[in-house]
Design a protein around this ligand. Structure first.
Ligand code: NDP
Length: 247
């Protein structure tokens, strides 16, 4: 996939799926900026790997819940890496509880990060993408946004919201040559799921037709495709990467 000359922002690129996306975009020629909330060491390690591939890398501490941070990061990336052409909204958290035990803080944090965080970054790059008549936006949602999940009403609401958001922005930016798509992973082996109780993992595993938990690189491959010119006639789509878990 040819991404030479392109610059990407990947939110939550310090770990898990975001780190795999950042590295795959770099391996395909892009310069990549990532943001992180707390784990500077993890973010710096990803930047070193990007540089090891021969691309420019940049780590910025920025909370995705802040529009001011998103606008600042967009400016910094333009100044230091020479532009922005690809945005991957990926940063997310889970604060699971059944609805009769969910706190307001659980609800608010997940919506602020997993839904408003996506608005903030898309809002920050949209004027630029519109002006340059070029851009790829890829939003990481989840199959749980399509089917709901016991104990995840906050997370599933945010992930469903991302799908409506993606389709609306695809309608608004299509005439400016900007592609806006979502990728919906099923269960993927990252920090977010490694502490899930064994019975939850086994139940999910039983639903996965391919018989195994997915790897972050398998999500990254699809994101890189959507960021490339090979996907230039795809917009407003939601592509599942779940080994058949949703079916
Ligand atoms: P991880 O927990 O492994 O990584 C989350 C990343 O998001 C970290 O880089 C973290 O930064 C960053 N982050 C979290 N909150 C903020 C914030 N407020 N501001 C900036 N950065 C933040 O998650 P995954 O890799 O598993 O998940 C990535 C995305 O994929 C999420 O949107 C998730 O919902 C989605 N997804 C994951 C699935 C899975 O099975 N793993 C399945 C379906 C969807 P820091 O290191 O600083 O905390």
């Amino acid at each position: 996939m040819e991404l030479t000359g392109k610059t990407a922002i990947v939110t939550g690129g310090s770990r898990g799926i975001g780190a795999a996306i950042a590295l795959d975009l770099a391996a395909n020629g892009a310069d990549v900026a990532i943001n992180f909330r707390r784990q500077a060491n993890d973010a710096n390690a990803v930047v070193e790997k990007i540089q090891g591939i021969g691309r420019k890398g940049l780590a910025v501490q920025a909370d995705v819940g802040s529009l001011a941070d998103a606008e600042k990061m967009t400016r910094v990336v333009q100044e230091k890496l020479g532009g922005v052409h690809i945005l991957v909204c990926n940063a997310g958290v889970n604060r699971d509880a059944v609805i009769w035990k969910m706190t307001e803080a659980d609800w608010d944090e997940v919506i602020a990060t997993n839904l408003k965080g996506y608005f903030n970054y898309v809002r920050a790059v949209a004027p630029l993408f519109k002006e340059q008549k070029q851009g790829k936006i890829i939003n990481i949602t989840s199959i749980n946004g399509m089917r709901g999940k016991f104990g995840q009403s906050n997370y599933s609401a945010a992930k469903a919201g991302i799908i409506g958001f993606t389709k609306s922005v695809a309608r608004e930016l299509g005439k400016f040559n900007v592609n806006v798509n979502a990728v919906a992973p099923g269960l993927i082996e990252t920090d977010m799921v490694k502490n899930a109780p064994p019975e939850i993992r086994e139940k999910a595993l039983a639903d996965i037709l391919l018989g195994r938990i997915g790897r972050p690189e398998e999500v990254a491959n699809v994101v890189t495709f959507l960021a490339s010119d090979k996907a230039r006639h795809i917009t407003g789509e939601v592509i599942k990467v779940d080994g058949g878990q949703y079916l």
